[in-house]
Design a protein around this ligand. Structure first.
Ligand SMILES: Cc1cc2nc3c(=O)[nH]c(=O)nc-3n(C[C@H](O)[C@H](O)[C@H](O)COP(=O)(O)OP(=O)(O)OC[C@H]3O[C@@H](n4cnc5c(N)ncnc54)[C@H](O)[C@@H]3O)c2cc1C
Length: 359
């Protein structure tokens, strides 16, 4: 276990923003994570994190103990002739795990290629992209329940996965993920492709399969075009991915939005029905049609420290000299603009530490 009191979150997050924690501990195994968590007295501020890719920390830092999970290891068990269970340590890098599965003929998560961060964080917001979500393949999680102080196993049903959501996210801080067990089918071809842009990139019809490696490569190409693959040399990737969650609107709010959209733009907003009810509206469309173009506000202020990515309207990016305060200010300006234009409230996707969202 390594302790570093000086290191600011700016060195530990993909936004490269944020001051230091009062105590920073790096835990390299499940036992070390449990030891570090239980060493913090109940009632004292504690924050557990991984790759820092869904995190915005205040410039003043975090006045508490931050535990960075860097545990490694994958245990593999054949369940049937067709399926394999993989128990993956929470600190394993997510994309390396996906690459390994694709390489070894295990299908189902290939569309989640290129998402930064750790395996332990994947179930927190049930990471998803291009028609797949991590929660679909979770068998169980090994967790430390901070309420009871005991190690437990949570089945997928206990996690109550939803769109960018889970019980773990709703009960913030209660569960520390130690490992995640996935069940994946042995199949050299991908799961049926459910995302139109990905199907087009692959030159196949929606619902068809393709070699899993081809799907991974296609996803990485699409993501790179949008600045959604980390690249230290490209400020468009100094982000936390999508900053806003796509809102899911109940029928009355949806009708009101469409009336507003037709009046403002002459056309309806794109929307997708959700299985659990309501219509999902792309936050990117709302933002652009509320007047915030890619790159905003760089055209007017080339020296701005924080700006919308020049490649993707949903990513707020650090241009190399930004601050968390500036980022929150821009996020609030965008959310207020969308509220004014369309009456829709946007919510941030990343976890905010030491910052309040009242946009
Ligand atoms: C360029 C880019 C592209 C992205 N694309 C996508 C995408 O396509 N789809 C998507 O869903 N997300 C995307 N993200 C967001 C992010 O990568 C994911 O949410 C990822 O799962 C975060 O992992 P992390 O280890 O970096 O978590 P962190 O940022 O370190 O933490 C995020 C949250 O998880 C909690 N957490 C982390 N580890 C643990 C643990 N072991 N136990 C308990 N809680 C924990 C933290 O407390 C925090 O609340 C993107 C981010 C970037 C920068």
């Amino acid at each position: 276990m390594r302790v570093d009191p000086e290191c600011p979150f700016a060195k530990l997050t993909t936004l490269r923003l944020g001051g230091p924690a009062r105590h920073l501990v790096e835990a390299g195994s499940a036992d070390e994570v449990v030891e570090a968590v239980t060493a913090v007295p109940v009632g004292e501020p504690l924050f557990v994190f991984g790759g820092g890719s869904n995190l915005l920390v205040a410039d003043a830092g975090f006045d508490g103990t931050a535990i960075r999970v860097v545990s490694q290891g994958v245990g593999r068990r054949d369940l049937t002739d067709e399926t394999v269970a993989l128990e993956v340590a929470a600190g394993e890098p997510w994309d390396a795990f996906v690459a390994d599965c694709v390489l070894h003929g295990l299908a189902g998560i290939e569309a989640l290629s290129g998402i930064p961060g750790t395996v332990g964080a994947a179930p927190i917001q049930n990471i998803g992209a291009y028609g797949q979500a991590a929660g679909e393949h979770v068998l169980e999680l090994a967790v430390l329940d901070r309420r009871t102080g005991r190690r437990e196993r949570l089945g997928a049903a206990d996690c109550d996965f939803g769109y960018r959501d889970s019980r773990l996210k709703r009960e913030t801080g209660r569960y520390v993920v130690l490992s995640v067990t996935f069940v994946l089918p042995r199949a050299p071809r991908s799961a049926p492709v459910r995302h139109r842009e990905l199907a087009t990139e692959l030159g196949i019809e929606l619902g068809q399969r393709a070699p899993a490696m081809a799907v991974r490569e296609a996803v990485l190409r699409i993501r790179a075009r949008k600045g959604m693959v980390l690249d230290a040399a490209d400020h468009d990737t100094w982000s936390a991915g999508s900053f806003f969650i796509n809102p899911i609107l109940p029928p009355d709010a949806y009708e009101a939005l469409q009336a507003q959209a037709r009046e403002l733009t002459g056309a309806a907003a794109p929307a997708y029905p959700e299985a659990a009810g309501g219509s999902k509206v792309p936050a990117a469309w709302l933002i652009e049609h509320a007047g915030f173009a890619k790159g905003y506000p760089l055209a007017a202020r080339p020296q701005a420290g924080i700006a919308i990515s020049t490649k993707h309207p949903l990513a707020l990016t650090n241009r190399g000299h930004g601050t968390s305060a500036e980022l929150i200010e821009l996020a609030r300006e965008i959310a207020a603009g969308v509220q004014r234009s369309f009456g829709v409230s946007l919510r941030p996707e990343p976890q905010l530490l030491g910052l309040r969202w009242d946009g």
